[in-house]
Design a protein around this ligand. Structure first.
Ligand code: DGP
Length: 114
């Protein structure tokens, strides 16, 4: 999609630190990390948000969760614990309108979130 920063990263038009990449899902380090581990997991396909997901994308969503799980293992935070965040829409705090999961870990998380 035009003017989507994550589509540009997926196309390697804008640099990013890739953690994983395949034909469906990519994972990059967040440019503004909020924890020692802060990775974004996103589909290559432009989907605006969770609010736009359709049942035909259940498999893709499941894959994104498994990629998050695998990265948590690689980063050594699977046993200590981690947080997955999916900001959705303006009030949900979403700033990039391309579906992504934040994988955060390496420190104690607090609740409630801001
Ligand atoms: P959200 O606010 O949930 O839509 O999260 C968007 C995240 O994307 C935010 O934590 C900062 C990150 N981000 C924005 N632009 C870039 C970029 O160009 N590169 C990388 N690696 N991360 C970005």
């Amino acid at each position: 999609m035009n003017d989507c920063i994550f589509c540009a990263i997926a196309a390697h038009e804008i640099p990013a630190t890739f953690v994983r990449e395949d034909d469906e899902v990519l994972a990059i380090r967040d440019v503004n990390p909020q924890a020692p581990v802060h990775v974004l997991i996103l589909p290559r396909e432009h989907i605006e948000s969770v609010a736009e997901l359709t049942p035909s994308q259940d498999g893709l969503w499941g894959r994104m969760l498994h990629v998050a799980q695998a990265i948590a293992e690689d980063e050594g935070i699977d046993e200590t614990g981690f947080r997955l965040v999916v900001n959705t829409g303006k009030a949900g705090g979403q700033t990039v309108d391309h579906l992504h999961i934040h994988l955060l870990g390496g420190r104690q998380m607090t609740w409630p979130p801001g």
